[in-house]
Design a protein around this ligand. Sequence first.
Ligand SMILES: Nc1ncnc2c1ncn2[C@@H]1O[C@H](COP(=O)(O)OP(=O)(O)OP(=O)(O)O)[C@@H](O)[C@H]1O
Ligand SMILES: [Mg+2]
Length: 381
Amino acid sequence: MWVSRLALRDFRSYESFDLDLERGVTTFVAPNGWGKTNLVEAIGYLSRLRSHRVPQDLPLVRAGREQAIVSARVHRGERHVTAEVTIKAKGANRARINRSGVRVREILGLVPCVVFAPEDLGLVKGDPGERRDWLDSLLVARNPRFAGVLVDSDKALRQRNALLKSLKAHPDSGLEGTLDIWDRAFAEAAAALVVGRRRLLTDLAPHIDEHFSGLAADAREVRREAVARYSSRIDYSAVDPEDDDAVARTVDVIVEAIVSRRAKEIDRGLTLVGPQRDDVELLIGQTPAKGYASHGESWSLALALQLAGWNLLRSDSGHPDDQPILVLDDVFAELDTGRRRRLAHIVAQAEQVLITAAVGSEIPQELVGRTVDLTEVSPAA
Ligand SMILES: Nc1ncnc2c1ncn2[C@@H]1O[C@H](COP(=O)(O)OP(=O)(O)OP(=O)(O)O)[C@@H](O)[C@H]1O
Ligand SMILES: [Mg+2]
């Protein structure tokens, strides 16, 4: 996959900007604050329908404007489409494919792209929510059906929480019978998500370790395994996620877990267990990455997680034309020379790689390609 043209209207700092892109590696160099990240964030947005650095859309719309438009011409082999999203400061976003209006969700899958950015350090050092988001985004990227699963699971959770809250406020309302129905509804929606995540992690695990050791492949470093496993307060160990009946059995496990916590949940007015609380446990060797790993190791592990996702997306289709675009936003600055070189070697395999750097000399020499000095093509933000 590759994008040949990107057009931005009132996106972040860009009032109106059109950029022609080429296959292969392109590096954008400009001083801090010039708009490098804004540029690649726009492509990432088309891929995930959300920014890689902020949870809401509002900051993406140029200050004082009502909407932003991101449009990209995407090539897959001989074919190409133009995917466009209008991001509204208020109200629902809109989307078009080849100028025809479509549901926004239909854009998902059209511009597969993996973004590596300084924020990824949060995958290792941050809260569980960051790891869940990463996993869920990858689920959707591999199979857009999961966008619906996520919405359903979130909706069921909110409805169940609302009921728990009213049960807490009005204990004699007779609503407790209704809770059985919501337990089941929540468990069904949640189970599809949990099984999806567990299957995804099974697929990711070998790639994570391979990239972690690949990046650190230095004779002086002790070889330690990088492990990523699903972690939950609900014990899913009896269910093999690869089994055909894994979702149905997971529903039973979740129902049992929430029924056993019923009194506590009513007391708190909140669903205390489920995919909204789960995490991905990351280990380097025997120790948890969070709290133990060095800065460089944490960064390598975060990169390994993203590279593993990229690997899966690539191998899913098996077709060279379907390779996701790779974005490396400011990633080289954090790495030692060896890791820079090895990362360069890995990413050079992508059909299109977009790199940003404030200082061009951070880019390893191995990454031959085009360098665009943004100060020459776009005004400062
Ligand atoms: N919604 C917005 N409206 C107007 N300007 C914005 C908006 N969002 C961000 N900006 C501005 O965009 C500018 C450029 O941001 P960006 O993150 O792309 O810089 P950068 O070139 O990646 O810098 P660095 O090298 O520090 O990472 C910032 O100065 C910021 O104030
Ligand atoms: Mg930046």
